[in-house]
Design a protein around this ligand. Structure first.
Ligand code: GLP
Length: 252
């Protein structure tokens, strides 16, 4: 695991975007795993800027999102399908047919989970997966206690996660269930880039990076990944004790 501590959230976005582009440029049919939440927004802005400036060609890019709420139509403004469309597909000028989000509505959602796994496999697997982290250490919607070997599955949300995400829903209730890639699915990505900022993520980052590897902090599984970058601002890094060293070849 490499932990990169940046001076502010904007630098987190730039640093993470550089890493993501470096990986995507290596292949002609790149596959990017995308996350929702506020944490990756600066990263997406930086990718959009680089696309606009001609610094990277993402015209062949395929994307797979981590998760979706159950019961929301894809055009519902609170659905992750719509969020990904607004924050990723349109700003990066991607072909919508190549941007995939787990299906949270319709019949046989278990079959939808299996189909999603198959679609990732057919695309050649994820080259680089962007991740945020929940205040309780969740990845995607893999809440504490989730299996480290899990594949895409249906899951009940914890009350803390529903409360954390209430800010996006206004007067509406946050759905109680979701579809999420499993931790095993996430760990299959060839590279991982987790971004986090702010003091309210400091405990989760410390537990994920320096705590024991335990299902009670799902993000701690990153310690087992051969190429995981954790890019944080100083506030999110404030409870780390280890002296993290900048990886060779990174220019901040
Ligand atoms: C949600 C998403 C996660 C995300 C997390 C943190 O629950 N399912 O993928 O990482 O929230 O969100 P934020 O970045 O807004 O703090």
């Amino acid at each position: 695991m490499d932990v990169i501590i940046c001076k502010d959230p904007a630098e987190v976005g730039r640093t993470a975007a550089r890493r993501v582009m470096e990986i995507l440029r290596r292949t002609s049919q790149p596959v990017l795993g995308v996350a929702t939440g506020s944490s990756p927004l600066d990263l997406y802005h930086e990718l959009a800027r680089a696309v606009g400036a001609g610094e990277v060609d993402l015209s062949n890019l395929s994307c797979f999102a981590l998760d979706e709420y159950i019961g929301l139509e894809p055009n519902d403004p609170n659905s992750y399908a719509d969020t990904i469309r607004q924050t990723v597909t349109e700003p990066l000028h991607l072909d919508p047919a190549r941007v995939h989000v787990p299906r949270g509505i319709g019949e046989d959602l278990d079959q939808g989970c299996r189909d999603y796994e198959e679609a990732i496999r057919v695309a050649g697997g994820v080259d680089v997966q962007i991740l945020g982290i929940g205040a309780n250490g969740h990845l995607g919607f893999n809440e504490p206690g989730s299996s480290f070997g899990g594949r895409t599955h249906l899951q009940r949300l914890t009350e803390q996660t529903r409360e954390d995400n209430q800010r996006f829903f206004g007067d509406r209730d946050v759905p109680t269930h979701c579809v999420t890639q499993g931790l095993g699915t996430i760990m299959d990505a060839r590279h991982l880039v987790l971004v986090a900022m702010g003091e309210n993520k400091a405990d989760a980052i410390a537990a994920a990076c320096e705590g024991p590897v335990t299902a009670m902090c799902p993000a701690s599984i990153l310690q087992f990944h051969p190429d995981a970058w954790v890019v944080v601002d100083r506030a999110a890094a404030s409870k780390l004790h280890h002296h993290w060293v900048e990886p060779v070849g990174v220019t901040q």
